[in-house]
Design a protein around this ligand. Structure first.
Ligand code: ADP
Ligand code: MG
Length: 290
């Protein structure tokens, strides 16, 4: 083995906008057979928008937006940003007893109304009947939108459909990775139906959905136990444990500092083409050494 060729590989990677932490990172990358992608902000733009508001039980659209946006003011989740933006120009009431429920949503009270906002799992856990909205929820999810449900005093009052489109070069970058022979996997806290729709559009065959933030690292360990060498690509604070647990952690540039600190490889361009470049380069470099 000639360490020189690894050093020059690290240098060539930098020219492509791929920062490789050390020689070991490049060596590990050359052994990878499976690439796992976080969905939000990695495969997608990470700037979700409200595309439809469905109301139930005679509550007005303005009322449900006011409630939902008031609750979301307490969080920095991308879904929260979408709802707050949609409510621009509407005055927001004060929220009491605000709580975030990791991987589920948020809760709090406005006046006499106890509010719950989040996914179907949250509603089921809190015994809110969502059967009247079942068709709406399924239809929106099959189109690749994330349904966010709002309940007031235990009754479902709205379904917000929120869409976060794929990055414009994701499909092409994933096609390159497929051609390079990698198994591609999407990992997300979002629901299975929405995740499947987006994975299909992206050309990803394997989806691990409904994963709580702390479960992302476990999902990677399971793939490793099945004998796979795993690269994990992510950008968020939630992704740091998974990036650390993977054989190679790859952070998208422009993501959270903690993701970048944890990752062996950082992409300076905010594009998944950097993943294909990095993995191809690692193989070429290690091949030259043999
Ligand atoms: P990811 O980062 O993979 O999207 P999260 O754990 O952040 O996963 O969120 C998982 C799911 O929990 C979301 O898809 C959404 O349904 C629900 N959720 C989490 N936080 C919020 C929020 N602030 N508002 C509405 N829904 C939320
Ligand atoms: Mg994320």
């Amino acid at each position: 083995a000639t360490p020189m060729s690894i050093i020059s590989g690290v240098g060539r990677a930098a020219e492509l906008g791929v920062l490789v932490r050390d020689a070991d990172a490049l060596q590990q990358a050359s052994t990878v057979d499976t690439v796992i992608f976080d969905k939000t902000g990695t495969l997608t733009e990470g700037k979700p928008q409200v595309t439809a508001i469905h109301t139930f039980n005679q509550v007005t659209e303005t009322q449900v937006l006011q409630w939902a946006a008031a609750l979301e003011q307490g969080t920095s989740h991308p879904l929260a940003h979408a709802i707050i933006t949609k409510a621009e120009g509407i005055s927001l009431p004060q929220v009491n007893g605000f709580r975030t429920l990791r991987g589920l949503g948020v809760s709090g009270s406005v006046g006499e109304s106890a509010l719950l906002l989040g996914n179907d799992r949250l509603m089921t856990e809190q015994q809110v009947d969502i059967s009247a909205a079942a068709d709406t929820i399924r239809t929106e999810a099959e189109r690749g939108a994330t349904p966010v449900l709002l309940a007031a005093n235990g009754t479902l009052v709205a379904v917000f459909a929120i869409r976060d489109p794929l990055r414009n070069d994701s499909i092409q970058a994933l096609r390159r990775l497929h051609q390079q022979g990698y198994q591609l996997v999407m990992l997300t806290g979002d629901n299975q139906v929405t995740a499947n729709a987006i994975a299909k559009e992206a050309g990803i065959d394997n989806v691990i959905a409904g994963v709580l933030p702390e479960g992302k690292a476990d999902a990677i360990k399971q793939l490793q136990q099945a004998g796979h060498k795993v690269a994990m690509v992510g950008d968020g604070i939630n992704d740091a444990p998974a990036l650390a647990c993977a054989d190679v952690g790859i952070a998208m540039g422009g993501g959270s500092d903690i993701a970048i600190e944890t990752a062996a490889i950082t992409l300076m361009r905010h594009s998944l083409n950097g993943v294909a470049d990095a993995l191809a380069l690692s193989k070429a470099t290690l091949r030259n050494m043999k």
